[in-house]
Design a protein around this ligand. Structure first.
Ligand SMILES: [Zn+2]
Length: 386
């Protein structure tokens, strides 16, 4: 990012401004991290972040604007002027490059939210964006450190754009928020999809070989969903490959639709094989009897974004949340959250489970709508298996 000759003029000016600020404040205000990529990727976010006296790699870069707001030093007015110029230069740069200016409310929301990708446990592969790949963890590491969200927090702090399920950063805009999100807009194998029996290929049978054991782990509220990072040995074998269950999370309403029917909720059980490929088993829920599994998760539900609650060893037994009827739909799709990475094997169980209205209401109060709309199938094959 420091090859000035290839940078747009406004971006170059922004870097000059940043360096000027850095020089001006080297004595006491700056963190030394202002001229990093994050600053340029998400300058408005950065400009409102609090100053970090000893910024680490996980801290938000120090703020030009908020530092400039300090009134206890004569240098302030100069800093304020430079900060204003910096912000204007960056805004012009963004406008020229098509980056949408964020509203103050969005910036505040982005700062408040340690936004993470519920699907990006350890995505890896030919089509996976570099920043996802570079933060790849093995499932064992993810389980041990339960830090897939810590990774997300790092990502956010370094300028990943805020995304949401409504408004200017909603699903319709995901593909434009950042170049690495462009599959959200142009991908031809996106999820979720509307599954219709009349268009699905029937059989032959390929039973899911599921081996789930009572497991512990932790529950996190990542700002987009409630997610359980599992620590146990849980595997799914399908299409000649064994995938390890890394995490599961919820969407309300369900993202999938079956034969024009929607569902109140879906649990996505995210598995990964040794090659880093992902397989997601979707369990649908209708209102009805309470779910024992959901009760355990909700009991330990973190209420604040970024909070994590440890689960007792052996608490979660996912066998109790799988339907008796193991018929399922099989197709290739994507992550349903940015960066919408494709090459994900989707396995959607036909028979819904149930959760109580109280259980649904609790989640809905935190997440009124965290479902991506269905995406075009572009003629892809959906196989009805077993
Ligand atoms: Zn999901």
């Amino acid at each position: 990012m420091n090859n000035f000759s290839t940078l747009p003029r406004q971006t170059y000016l922004a870097q000059v401004c940043l360096r000027s600020l850095l020089a001006l404040t080297a004595a006491g205000y700056g963190s030394g991290a202002w001229c990093n990529d994050a600053t340029l990727i998400n300058p408005l976010h950065t400009a409102r972040a609090a100053p970090q006296p000893a910024a680490s790699s996980t801290s938000a870069p120090a703020s030009a604007a908020s530092a400039a707001d300090r009134s206890d030093a004569p240098i302030i007015s100069l800093r304020s002027t430079v900060a204003k110029q910096l912000r204007e230069a960056i805004e012009q740069s963004n406008a020229a490059s098509g980056i949408k200016k964020k509203s103050a409310a969005e910036i505040a929301a982005a700062e408040k939210s340690a936004a993470k990708n519920p699907h990006a446990v350890a995505a890896k592969g030919r089509n996976v964006p570099a920043e996802v790949r570079s933060r790849r963890m093995t499932p064992a590491i993810a389980a041990r450190t339960a830090s897939s969200h810590g990774q997300g927090a790092v990502h956010e702090a370094h300028g990943a754009p805020h995304w949401s399920y409504e408004g200017e950063t909603g699903p319709q805009a995901w593909g434009q928020l950042q170049p690495s999100f462009n599959l959200c807009a142009i991908g031809k194998r996106q999820s979720p999809i509307h599954i219709e029996d009349s268009e699905a290929l029937l059989g032959p049978a390929e039973p899911l070989q599921i081996s789930y054991l009572p497991s512990g782990g932790s529950v996190v509220n990542n700002g987009h969903t409630i997610q359980v990072d599992l620590a146990g040995e849980n595997t799914l074998t399908i299409r000649g490959s064994t995938y390890k269950l890394v995490q599961f999370h919820f969407h309300h309403p369900a993202e999938e639709k079956l034969n024009y029917k929607g569902f109140a909720m879906v649990a996505h059980l995210v598995h990964q094989n040794a090659q880093g490929q992902l397989a997601v088993l979707a369990v649908l829920f209708d209102p009805g009897e309470a779910s024992a599994m959901i009760q355990k998760v909700w009991t330990n539900m973190p209420l604040d974004v970024g909070d994590r609650v440890s689960l007792p060893v052996g608490l979660i037994d996912l066998n109790e949340t799988l339907p008796k009827d193991r018929r399922y739909y099989q197709f290739l799709g994507s992550l349903t959250t940015p960066p919408c990475t494709e090459g994900v094997l989707w396995l959607v169980l036909r028979q819904p489970m149930t959760l109580s209205r109280e259980q649904l209401k609790l989640f809905a109060q935190l997440f009124p709508n965290n479902a991506r709309p269905t995406q075009p199938s572009f003629g892809r094959v959906v196989r009805e298996a077993q």
